[in-house]
Design a protein around this ligand. Structure first.
Ligand SMILES: NC(=O)C1=CN([C@@H]2O[C@H](COP(=O)(O)OP(=O)(O)OC[C@H]3O[C@@H](n4cnc5c(N)ncnc54)[C@H](OP(=O)(O)O)[C@@H]3O)[C@@H](O)[C@H]2O)C=CC1
Ligand SMILES: Nc1nc(=O)c2c([nH]1)NC[C@@H]1CN(c3ccc(C(=O)N[C@@H](CCC(=O)O)C(=O)O)cc3)C=[N+]21
Length: 297
């Protein structure tokens, strides 16, 4: 193995420390406690694990966490009513509705019902439009976390060839916008891309967000490239056990990459740290206070 391992877990812990300092200042100087509401519809075990760790880290940072667990057969009307209530609640500064939602719901309608100012996921059309036009917005947590790791590793990203593998609204598209914002030459590859392997091999920066366990191998990676693995896939590890792997075959890619994020311990912890940072930002904006400039820079 030659690649450096990018320690997202340690980086995220530093971000959370800075978040906690800002929370303490908001509380001590202004009597304000930032609040994050997380809405989970249904009982998907993976989502429950994720929501639990968000809740724990929110509280550890000194913020209030409001968990709303709704049964899988909740009507869209009832979910929209809860969102309206959270939009109006002054103790709630950030709202996250865990995706995917059950099939009987229209996630576009649900996401766009969240007040853009409280949309700490950055998924509301108004935040998507602001990001796309280079204006101040709420930036989606996973792409933001990836950008922070890349800037830390590479300094300036200007002029680098970046390939984003995956074009979802929650990872691929906003990731491409952020890389473009940092003056990368951006290619978005997806399931219809011809010779996807060769396209990826042209990348100085390769961000994999496809949801296909260990799909990317060393033949896809340019020697020395920086590889960011967003994938979170649980696979069978034999003897009734499971294990978490990314969209990259870590051992194979690490033979040629210059640097690579592991799974677990890479992008995942950064996502949660950025969610907490976005909640502090939303709280400052809601109270007319200066926003911290050292959280996600
Ligand atoms: N670490 C974290 O914090 C987070 C991790 N994730 C993980 O990231 C991964 C991606 O998530 P998400 O973006 O929501 O996934 P989606 O399923 O919404 O999107 C997957 C994308 O990958 C593309 N794709 C699928 N198969 C191939 C293929 N064989 N070749 C090229 N492209 C392909 C699809 O193309 P097409 O559009 O053509 O179908 C699609 O654009 C998942 O593993 C998810 O668990 C997600 C969010 C946060
Ligand atoms: N509205 C919404 N916003 C999201 O940001 C969102 C979502 N819905 N739905 C699901 C995906 C997935 N996601 C993860 C975040 C952190 C880890 C994470 O912290 N992972 C740890 C490991 C956790 C474990 O061991 O299971 C790691 O990679 O080290 C994983 C997955 C956010 N998502």
């Amino acid at each position: 193995m030659s690649a450096d391992i990018i320690d997202g877990k340690a980086f995220a812990a530093e971000v959370r420390t800075r978040v906690a300092e800002h929370v303490r200042r908001l509380t001590d100087e202004h009597g304000i406690v930032p609040g994050l509401a997380v809405v989970l519809v249904g009982e998907d075990p993976a989502s429950q694990v994720y929501v639990r760790s968000k809740n724990k880290q929110t509280v550890e940072a000194g913020m209030n966490s409001y968990e709303h667990k709704l049964p899988a057969d909740t009507s869209e009307t009832d979910l929209l009513a809860l969102i309206r209530q959270l939009n109006e609640d002054p103790a709630v500064h950030g709202i996250l509705v865990q995706l995917p939602l059950p099939d009987h719901m229209n996630s576009d309608i649900v996401i766009n019902a969240i007040s853009p100012a409280k949309d700490v996921d950055g998924f509301h059309i108004s935040n998507v439009g602001l990001l796309g036009t280079g204006q101040k917005s709420m930036v989606p947590c996973t792409p933001l976390g990836c950008l922070m790791l890349l800037r830390d590793r590479l300094g300036s990203l200007s002029g680098l060839n970046a390939v984003v593998l995956g074009r979802s609204n929650i990872v691929g598209k906003p990731m491409a916008q952020l890389l473009l914002g940092d003056s990368c030459t951006v290619t978005i590859a997806h399931s219809r891309t011809k010779d996807v392997e060769a396209v990826c091999r042209g990348a100085d920066i390769l961000v994999a967000a496809v949801g296909r366990p260990q799909m990317v191998t060393k033949d896809w990676v340019k020697p020395g490239a920086t590889v960011i693995d967003v994938g979170i896939n649980r696979i069978d590890a034999g003897e009734g056990k499971t294990r978490l792997v990314g969209d990259c075959d870590f051992d194979s890619c690490a033979e040629v990459a210059g640097a690579i994020t592991p799974v677990p311990g890479g992008v995942g912890p950064m996502t949660i740290a950025c969610l907490l940072a976005n909640t502090v930002t939303a709280c400052c904006r809601a109270n007319g206070l200066a926003e911290p400039d050292d959280l996600t820079a």
